[in-house]
Write a protein that binds this ligand. Structure first.
Ligand code: FPP
Length: 283
């Protein structure tokens, strides 16, 4: 059967898309966008030039993800550690870049039917930034396609702290903690990501083998793909390459492979595979 190539893909994207099984696309992809500084240093440019160039990579990746039908894309734009440990001038540039990005991108997000959302301690960001974020969120809220989530002032450990606080608050307002039925699904429902699908694939650019305090709870059963490409050089085609690699992986969720199940059962029928408690969209 002929594979339908989604509209809007360029030639190299279309070629890579042909290698994919459209029925097995990851539902939720998260990206640790790293390497802006190194990209700039290699060109003898200031670090901020790397961040500026990174915006083009965001644009290309977001559009390609939406075109091929990814339901949720989460981008680690700004960690809480970035906010506290980088020079003030760089932080302030990133804030300006974010405000500009939001203003400029809303029409494109709407054209691509993309809904914007955020995770992180938004309330600690400067007021004008929060206002622009809320404006962009509302301006795209009617869209029904891909959910684009920007992680801003985000820390996975603090997300867990905030979730535990929220669980305690809810319990205290609802009969006290003795009635609390604490399990994985309750914790998941109190995370910033409660309305996103299970995380299938995490991509990190620029070759570092770290999660850097990103989605530590959600990553439990995700596939991890690391590429040496620096973020400003990353494009939609690289996203599709990561998806092709993802489709080669065998996801076992702590079980055994289907071949081993067959050998083990000896009856030619694979046993039903165990799924984690918060399976949601897991495949
Ligand atoms: C990491 O590179 C990147 C960041 C801290 C910022 C990410 C920002 C962008 C990609 C551009 C703006 C994004 C949006 C959504 C508007 P690094 O500076 O740590 O690079 P290095 O490790 O090479 O120094």
């Amino acid at each position: 059967m002929q594979l339908t190539i989604p509209a809007g893909l360029n030639r190299s994207e279309a070629e890579t898309y042909r290698r994919l099984d459209p029925k097995m696309l990851p539902r939720h992809i998260a990206i640790i966008m790293d390497g802006n500084g190194r990209w700039a240093r290699r060109r003898h440019l200031p670090r901020i030039a790397g961040h500026k160039a990174g915006v083009e990579a965001v644009r290309s990746t977001v559009e390609t993800a939406a075109r091929v039908g990814i339901s949720s894309l989460t981008l680690y734009a700004f960690s809480r550690e970035n906010w506290q440990r980088r020079p003030r001038s760089e932080v302030s540039f990133l804030m300006t870049l974010l405000r500009r990005y939001l203003r400029q991108e809303v029409p494109t997000l709407n054209q691509n039917n993309i809904r914007l959302g955020y995770i992180g301690r938004m309330w600690e960001l400067p007021k004008p930034v929060q206002e622009r974020m809320e404006w962009a969120r509302q301006a795209t809220a009617q869209n029904t396609g891909m959910k684009l989530t920007l992680a801003l002032n985000y820390s996975a450990r603090l997300e867990l702290v905030d979730a535990f606080r929220s669980i305690l608050d809810a319990a205290l307002n609802n009969g006290g903690i003795e009635h609390l039925n604490l399990d994985e699904s309750l914790v998941s429902r109190h995370l910033y990501t409660h309305n996103l699908p299970e995380l299938d694939l995490v991509i990190r650019t620029s070759g570092e083998m770290r999660l850097s305090n990103f989605l530590l709870w959600q990553v439990a059963y995700s596939e991890i793909y690391v590429t040496d490409t620096l973020w400003p050089d990353f494009r939609g085609v690289h996203l599709l390459e990561a998806m092709a690699e993802y489709q080669k992986r065998e996801r076992r969720y702590g079980g055994i492979s289907p071949e081993e199940e067959l050998t083990h059962n000896g009856n030619g029928r694979a046993a039903r595979r165990p799924q984690p408690e918060t399976a949601g969209s897991l495949r």
